[in-house]
Design a protein. Structure first.
Length: 186
């Protein structure tokens, strides 16, 4: 079976993950279900960059320039094309590897302000680690996580689906399910 556990109440990501874990624990205790698991990625560490927009504006730094600097330093930016021996080559710029390897490298970067001066990133930005979902899923307008599983040998998929529906009813109020893929057709 294939289902989406949905957050109908807007309780948030942490509550949805707690409901998912509770549902998986309940399913694991039921002998008529097997291989019930979430079909996705677990939360992982993410680097959050907080930009103080008031400070940046006071220093004459445009938000677009901040975003361009982040993109160019940690990713790359397309600049132009040039001809080399009859072939068109693309030109990309990016920070040198030693200046984009660690989260603290952001303190080495500067952004040009509207007066032409260089303002250090540390004057208006801070960074911190947090845990979050690498992928935000929605299903029919609600935050959701995909749950897949199978009926145990000798148990029909219809029975397994009925069991999952009863388990979802044991979750806190505000969580529901919708069947998807072939389970929706069943």
């Amino acid at each position: 079976f294939d289902m989406e556990l949905q957050d109908h109440a807007g309780a948030g990501h942490d509550a949805l993950m707690a409901a998912r874990n509770q549902l998986l624990a309940l399913a694991a205790e039921n002998p008529e279900l097997t291989r019930v698991r979430h079909n996705g990625l677990d939360d992982s560490p993410q680097l959050q960059i907080d930009i103080d927009q008031r400070k940046a504006q006071a220093l004459g730094v445009d938000i677009d320039d901040i975003n361009d600097t982040l993109q160019t330093a940690w990713g790359s930016s397309y600049v132009n094309d040039f001809m080399d021996r009859g072939r068109v080559k693309k030109v990309y710029v990016q920070a040198a590897a030693p200046y984009r390897m660690l989260p603290d490298d952001i303190n080495l970067w500067y952004v040009r302000n509207k007066d032409g001066g260089m303002v250090p990133f540390s004057a208006f930005a801070t960074s911190r680690w947090e845990t979050g979902s690498p992928r935000l899923e929605r299903y029919n307008g609600y935050s959701a996580v995909e749950i897949v599983g199978e009926a145990a040998p000798g148990v029909s998929t219809g029975t397994a689906m009925d069991i999952m529906e009863s388990l979802v009813k044991q979750l806190p109020n505000g969580f529901g399910l919708e069947w998807t893929a072939m389970s929706y057709q069943e």
